[in-house]
Design a protein around this ligand. Structure first.
Ligand code: B12
Ligand SMILES: Nc1nc2c(ncn2[C@@H]2O[C@H](COP(=O)(O)OP(=O)(O)OP(=O)(O)O)[C@@H](O)[C@H]2O)c(=O)[nH]1
Ligand SMILES: [Mg+2]
Length: 386
């Protein structure tokens, strides 16, 4: 059976994330896929994420007071959006009294856990309450909800047949851009900055993000990219987090079909982020849907010798040296530029001109990210296969 997917978050004005970090880890060790939204999150951000991720339940950890109102507001907004199949539970140590918990249950919260409850007990609750095969979800009330349900169907079906790449990519309507690169290079931070530029440049357009994180032993996964995304918490962004569910190489058995669906769903851009990859990875090769690929490098890759081994350096349309604020970035730029020059020469005249861009994704208004945005939105790069 497909793993249980839940979303966890900490409410707005609350920075107490230590409890939820412990609980997340315990959940993933017991086969649960946890999409972690981070702390200081609003009701609408939580509900939007839960609907797009099509989770079974939302687990909220609340320590700063206001829990009766906050939990109830989440339940009410889910109902308003026609998503009352998504349940709400949580805890907040001693800050939530038994009386408060009574009120919260009456307002639609499934369960509140108090100080002293063992982690085992909470894991058991999630498996028992949310682990049964899903009854048919209610009729979708919105485009995003319908899309989210379809993505779940695809993901669950891919798990059953253990085989993928079935759907044809016909009638595609979006530019698809693939982001890959080693773990922690800054892929998610960079994508979030690009989304910010897209949203301000384009008053009506929509963007989709398909983001991957690895499944761990026990087949749970911590899907944490949303926690890094700030600008992407927006109604014009549809984001879906996927676990690799046992597949090596940076993507999941369902990626191809999910991407095919997103590519024909009228988004202006579909961005796909792989798991942090190794030297041998070429995640987009067999895919056939990705229009252009961006390899995000960390300046600390080792020496020139390591550069010779990174397969994606031959394949990417754009190579980014992110974290250009770090000391080794200049050397990295020179070494990678030489490597790309070799590619150009070996391909001869008319060969592909791979671009190299230096960025500091964690800095707002970074000129390098501006340049990357221009390169990506330039139709000659992004739309070259259409
Ligand atoms: C650790 C801690 C901090 C750390 C937070 C570190 C971090 N990154 O999380 C630091 C030092 C930063 C901190 C800061 C503050 N804190 Co503080 N903090 C605590 C403390 C000591 C422990 C909370 C904790 O993580 N417990 C560990 C968890 C695992 O156990 P538990 O709480 O018993 O939870 C159980 C269940 O409820 C359940 N659970 C919890 N969440 C969830 C979620 C889900 C989905 C599920 C299923 C279950 C579940 O899991 C546990 C099972 O046994 C509590 C006091 C206390 N003893 O509760 C105060 C406490 C929460 N803090 C408090 C305060 C006031 C603050 C500050 C405002 C202090 C200040 N003046 O600066 C700041 C504000 C921080 C912010 N930005 O929001 C008050 C809150 C008062 C209130 N609302 O009633 C408390 C109660 C202390 C007190 N007695 O005054 N704090
Ligand atoms: N110094 C520096 N740090 C950065 C920069 N961009 C991102 N970071 C930090 O690098 C860390 C990893 O960033 P992410 O965006 O999560 O990296 P990622 O490549 O998506 O990571 P995975 O998805 O886990 O592979 C975070 O702490 C970021 O704040 C940058 O330009 N400079
Ligand atoms: Mg990431």
């Amino acid at each position: 059976m497909a793993p249980i997917r839940i979303l966890t978050a900490v409410p707005i004005c609350d920075g107490h994330d230590s409890a939820i970090n412990t609980i997340n880890l315990e959940f993933i060790r017991h086969g649960i896929e946890v999409i972690y939204l981070g702390y200081h999150r609003s009701v609408s951000d939580i509900v939007r994420a839960a609907i797009q991720e099509d989770v079974r339940a939302i687990g909220i950890s609340s320590y700063n007071g206001g829990h009766t109102e906050f939990f109830a507001a989440v339940v009410d907004l889910l109902r308003k959006k026609g998503a009352n199949d998504i349940k709400v539970f949580g805890g907040g140590g001693g800050t939530i009294t038994h009386d408060d918990a009574g009120i919260m249950r009456r307002r639609g919260v499934d369960e509140i856990f108090f100080a002293g409850t063992s982690l085992d007990e909470m894991v058991r609750f999630v498996h028992q309450r949310y682990g049964k095969a899903r009854t048919k979800p209610p009729r979708a009330k919105s485009f995003d909800q319908e899309l989210a349900h379809k993505l779940t169907e695809i993901e669950d079906a891919a798990g059953k047949r253990r085989k993928h790449q079935t759907s044809k990519v016909e009638h595609r309507t979006s530019n698809v851009i693939g982001f890959s690169g080693p773990g922690g290079a800054g892929k998610t931070t960079l994508i979030d900055e690009l989304v910010l530029r897209f949203l301000s440049r384009n008053a009506k357009g929509r963007i989709a993000i398909l983001s991957h994180d690895p499944s761990v032993v026990g087949e749970g996964a911590l899907l944490g990219d949303r926690a890094t995304m700030i600008n992407s918490q927006d109604d014009r962004v549809f984001m879906r987090s996927m676990a690799t569910r046992g597949q090596a190489g940076g993507l999941s058995p369902a990626t191809h079909d999910c991407l095919a669906l997103l590519a024909r769903s009228n988004f202006d851009y579909v961005i796909i982020e792989t798991v942090g990859t190794g030297q041998e990875a070429m995640p987009f090769q067999k895919n056939g849907i990705v229009d252009s690929t961006v390899l995000v490098m960390n300046p600390d890759y080792g020496s020139r010798l390591q550069l010779q081994k990174i397969v994606m350096l031959d394949l990417a349309d754009i190579v980014v040296v992110n974290k250009s604020d770090l000391q080794r970035a200049r050397t990295a730029h020179t070494e990678i530029e030489q490597r790309l020059e070799q590619n150009r020469r070996s391909r001869g005249p008319g060969g592909r001109d791979q671009q190299l861009v230096d960025t500091v994704a964690k800095r707002h208004r970074d000129p390098g990210v501006d340049r990357l945005f221009e390169l990506i939105t330039n139709t000659s790069v992004a739309g070259k296969r259409r």
